[in-house]
Design a protein. Structure first.
Length: 81
C-alpha cells in the first residue's frame, strides 16, 4: 500500500507535465500560425513600400518635368510678346 501511495504523486506529476506539454504545444502552434500570418503581412508591407517608393520617384520626375514645361511655356509667352 505504501508503494502505491508513493506512486500516485508521480502519476499526478506526469499527468500535469503532459497537460502542460499539450498546452504549450497548442500555444506554439498558435504562435507559429501568427508568425506565418505576420510573415505574409511583412511581405505585403515590403511590396507596398517598394510600390510607394516607385510612385514617389515617378511623382518626383513628373514634378520636375512639369516645372520645366512651366518654365519653357513662360519663356515662350515672354518671347511671343
Amino acid at each position: 500500500m505504501k508503494l502505491a501511495q508513493q506512486g500516485m504523486p508521480h502519476l499526478n506529476l506526469t499527468q500535469v507535465a503532459t497537460n502542460w506539454s499539450v498546452v504549450s504545444g497548442h500555444w506554439s502552434v498558435v504562435i507559429g500560425q501568427w508568425s506565418v500570418v505576420s510573415g505574409q503581412w511583412s511581405v505585403v508591407g515590403y511590396w507596398l513600400l517598394v510600390i510607394g517608393y516607385w510612385l514617389l520617384v515617378i511623382g518626383y520626375w513628373l514634378l520636375v518635368i512639369g516645372y520645366w514645361l512651366l518654365v519653357i511655356g513662360y519663356w515662350l509667352l515672354v518671347i511671343s510678346y
